[in-house]
Design a protein around this ligand. Structure first.
Ligand SMILES: C[S@@+](CC[C@H](N)C(=O)[O-])C[C@H]1O[C@@H](n2cnc3c(N)ncnc32)[C@H](O)[C@@H]1O
Length: 254
């Protein structure tokens, strides 16, 4: 974030790493997206890109029965996922890896299902779609979420809030064009419902921000950062008609 106060990132990570997930999504949406993947093998080989602390990775482990590689560039998130995986006795099935999805260093054409919630945009959506295409077996599926504008002209306040993090954010038809350009076939897409923003993401975030306000009660700099971080769920409360998260399920045909 440009112009962030010096302590912004340490408090940002203190908050985000403690949440069940680091972006919108829930188990029901993962199950719905997975239901589009009708021809998956019975024990599919799965790759979760930009997994964060692995909220959706653990859901995928319940919803599928094959091996899962979960990649994120933020090492502390991967450490948390490793601990959760070990605590659930899933170390044989889930392999958390610190890595860059732009250069994942994984064998090409080796996954039946590539999954990515709220993460592909970090390396440019079209670049990411090409990376995923290369990782998928022929006939394999890619399921991903991406933030999209719902309106042609969102209010300046909302536009400005996405300017730092996702300046190239588009609308659904633009993502569909990128999908086609990357040689992937659309199977279906749907908009995440409001509870997918709140139940596992903004509600725990607001609770945690209140906890941290207590922890940092005598620290004006930290409190200012927390005020800044609290703006995101507050803005969503006011402006959820202006933007959405869309789940896209596509398939490598060739
Ligand atoms: C919005 S969070 C979503 C996390 C998780 N999928 C979820 O929905 O809870 C985006 C994640 O992408 C990760 N990320 C950003 N750039 C990355 C890259 N180049 N390679 C791998 N992970 C990356 C971040 O560390 C972060 O965990």
């Amino acid at each position: 974030m440009n112009g962030a106060p010096p302590r912004f990132w340490s408090i940002f990570f203190e908050l985000y790493e403690s949440l069940p997930r680091q972006g919108p999504g829930n188990r029901a949406c993962a199950a719905r997206a997975l239901s589009f993947c009708r021809d998956l093998p019975s024990t599919p080989t799965v790759l979760d890109l930009g997994c964060g602390v692995g909220g959706q990775t653990l859901h995928l482990a319940e919803l599928t029965s094959g091996p899962i590689v979960a990649v994120d560039s933020h090492a502390p998130s991967i450490e948390r996922l490793r601990a959760a995986v070990a605590a659930r006795g899933l170390s044989e099935r889930i392999r958390p890896v610190v890595g860059d999805m732009a250069k994942p260093g994984l064998p090409s054409a080796s996954f039946d299902l590539v999954w990515s919630e709220g993460a592909l945009y970090n390396i440019g959506i079209e670049n990411a779609l090409r990376v995923c295409h290369g990782l998928l077996r022929s006939g394999g599926y890619l399921a991903f979420t991406d933030a999209v504008w719902r309106k042609e002209n969102p209010p300046p306040e909302v536009k400005a809030s996405f300017e730092d993090d996702y300046p190239t954010m588009g609308r659904v038809p633009e993502v569909l064009v990128a999908i086609e350009r990357c040689g992937l076939a659309l199977i279906g897409h749907f908009t995440l419902p409001d509870e997918a923003w709140w139940d596992d993401f903004y509600t725990p975030m607001e609770i945690r921000i209140e906890d941290l306000r207590g922890t940092y009660a005598d620290d004006d700099e930290a409190l200012a950062v927390l005020d800044q971080l609290a703006q995101e769920p507050a803005m969503h409360r006011r402006h959820s008609d202006d933007y959405a998260y869309e789940f896209f399920v596509v398939r490598r045909v060739g």
